[in-house]
Design a binder for this molecule. Structure first.
Ligand code: TNX
Length: 561
């Protein structure tokens, strides 16, 4: 009897849903026209559309300020192009209502912290997350369902603002979905960094790795050491053409710039509003010549040093035998920790030539005192000491895979760039790993024929090669594979002078990386990705992104460096 009652109730509800919801007819896959990037875990499209109009309301669960901010984000996103000032208000109904986009939290139905469900019916839209981050991602998906003109900065007439009826259930494959930017070789203003963040958010990426110090420029204001930016942020001139070209030519023009602490705070806050954590990188012991130009007493020879003017690896590095070096770096890190609330601090650690250390009395004395075997162990000592400091301040250290040499610092996270071996070794030692191998993640490499592409560092990394990347390497046990947190695209800017050129190198390849980080492995399909990219390409163009054209057949031979 009880059972019959239940079945009857169910049938009645289904009938009612059918009467009021016009989105019941599932569309066959081949008729689906969604251009979602990254592809969600589960998508079902139905016949029919939701029409967004000036009377549409954005409702959010009463009392939840974070959802309120997300609702305002949506209203501001839609505002300029549609000309609508959508009303944003609270709802305590805990369910969807007609002519509204409702944002709710429900930890019962959504299991993943960044997961969400998005239900578009003809009269209403409902986005549910376990936490606000998921709701934010649901909004990015909804945005991609709307016509690409919604991205216009000015009001567009004659567009029907419709979103197709869908039921989407989604969550990311990896917790770390990163994009990096080197602002040392070339400097990009804070306004561009915000745009970089906007585009990351559109692709559901969640970590921005800000490479702030280099041989060629120190870019972050540090109050205790003003010369870092007075001296270290400017170089006398810059190499013209490729570093391998002979004879070398220089432009003779002073070049530089830096971010004030106020600008940094603004960027960090802006990123947080987009559910993106900023990871600052302060390079040590190598790639530090700009810092040494400002404070020469921190180098083994005492200088003088100049802010570097050409690309490559420099032999002048922080002296590891001098206590002043550690005092300096700890003071710098204290200000960095204040500015960046995220748990990670990246300390570089890559490409540190040991020639100076081999000849330096202080470094040799340190090796003896500490009972170290050689200069590699001295580098390991350096990183461990910095890690202890960071841990004492409740932060986690990330370093490039060279930090494995001479022994890993106890809790370090490794960014594997020189292939995957470093990542595999670290995961086997139960250290967290972020995969960024040059073979698949270096967005500074050529993406087409060198004859027609703008000058780049070298290498060749086509869109399909990026797309083919599988971040979990073979040979790890299931337990070890859990230490692979995700992947990241690296954008080294030796040969990128302008924001437009950065965008050209990053898009569309970052779209492929975003999908690797987000979409379940079983759903990945390059042809299908290219189909979706056709519509997505138009969206990025509408946003004035200087996206490189997409080629269906990239059958260039791999050109090795
Ligand atoms: C290696 S990746 C570097 C960078 C260069 C890049 C060029 C890494 C940790 N170090 O300093 O800019 O190659 O592709």
């Amino acid at each position: 009897m009880e059972r019959m009652k239940k079945t009857l109730l169910l049938s009645i509800s289904l009938l009612l849903i059918g009467m009021f919801n016009h989105c019941t007819q599932k569309m066959p896959i081949e008729d689906q026209t969604l251009n979602l990037v990254p592809l969600p875990e589960k998508v079902e499209q139905y016949a029919g559309n939701f029409i967004l109009g000036p009377e549409t309301k954005i409702l959010y669960a009463a009392g939840n300020e974070e959802l309120q901010s997300i609702a305002l984000f949506l209203s501001e996103l839609i505002g300029p192009a549609t000309g609508y000032a959508l009303e944003v208000s609270e709802t305590d109904m805990g369910k969807r209502s007609n002519y509204s986009i409702t944002l709710l939290l429900d930890p019962e139905t959504i299991e993943h912290d960044e997961g969400y469900s998005l239900s578009v019916e003809s009269k209403s839209v409902l986005i549910t997350g376990r936490a606000p981050a998921g709701v934010f991602y649901g909004i990015q998906t909804l945005r991609q369902l709307l016509p690409e003109q919604v991205e216009m900065e000015n009001t567009v007439e004659g567009v029907e603002w419709i979103a197709p009826c869908v039921e989407i259930l989604d969550k990311p494959r990896f917790p770390y979905r990163g994009l990096h930017l080197d602002v040392g070789r070339h400097f990009f203003p804070a306004s561009f960094i915000k745009r970089y963040i906007d585009l990351m958010a559109l692709h559901k990426m969640n970590y921005f790795h800000w490479h702030l110090t280099e041989d060629q420029g120190w870019r972050i204001e540090i109050n205790k050491y003003p010369k870092l930016t007075e001296v270290g942020a400017y170089r006398d001139e810059t190499l013209v053409g490729h570093a391998r070209q002979r004879p070398q030519e220089y432009d003779g023009e002073r070049y530089g710039g830096f971010y004030t602490q106020e600008e940094i705070k603004e960027v960090v806050e802006y990123a947080a509003q987009h559910y993106i954590t900023v990871i600052p990188e302060i390079e040590m012991p190598g790639h530090s010549q700009a810092a040494l130009a400002a404070y020469p007493e921190l180098g083994c020879t005492g200088g003088p040093y100049e802010v570097a003017t050409r690309w490559g690896v420099y032999g002048e590095v922080f002296c590891a035998g001098n206590e002043q070096t550690f005092e300096f770096l700890e003071n710098v890190l204290l200000e960095v920790i204040e500015l960046f609330p995220g748990q990670y601090i990246h300390i570089g650690g890559d490409e540190c030539p040991k020639v100076r250390w081999e000849e330096c009395e202080k470094c040799q004395a340190r090796i003896k005192e500490e009972g170290l075997a050689d200069e590699h162990e001295l580098q390991s000592y350096f990183i461990r000491r910095i890690e202890e400091f960071l841990i004492a301040h409740d932060r986690k250290l990330i370093g490039w895979d060279e930090i494995l040499e001479g022994g890993l610092a106890p809790e370090a996270t490794v960014m594997s760039w020189r292939g995957t071996e470093g990542g595999i070794a670290a995961a086997k030692e139960h250290h967290d790993v972020i995969m960024t191998p040059t073979s698949h993640c270096y967005l500074d490499y050529y993406q087409g024929d060198r004859e027609t592409e703008p000058l780049a560092i070298g290498g060749y990394l086509s869109l399909d090669t990026v797309y083919s990347y599988e971040p979990v390497p073979e040979g790890l046990t299931e337990e070890e594979a859990k230490f692979i947190l995700g992947t990241q695209g690296n954008v080294w800017t030796e040969y990128m002078e302008t924001p437009e050129h950065v965008e050209y190198m990053v898009y569309p390849r970052a779209c492929a990386l975003a999908e690797i980080g987000w979409t379940p492995k079983r759903n990945k399909n390059f042809e299908n990705f290219l189909d979706r990219m056709e519509g997505h390409y138009k969206r990025l163009q509408t946003m004035n992104v200087n996206i490189r054209k997409i080629e269906r057949n990239t059958d260039l031979e791999t050109i090795d460096e």
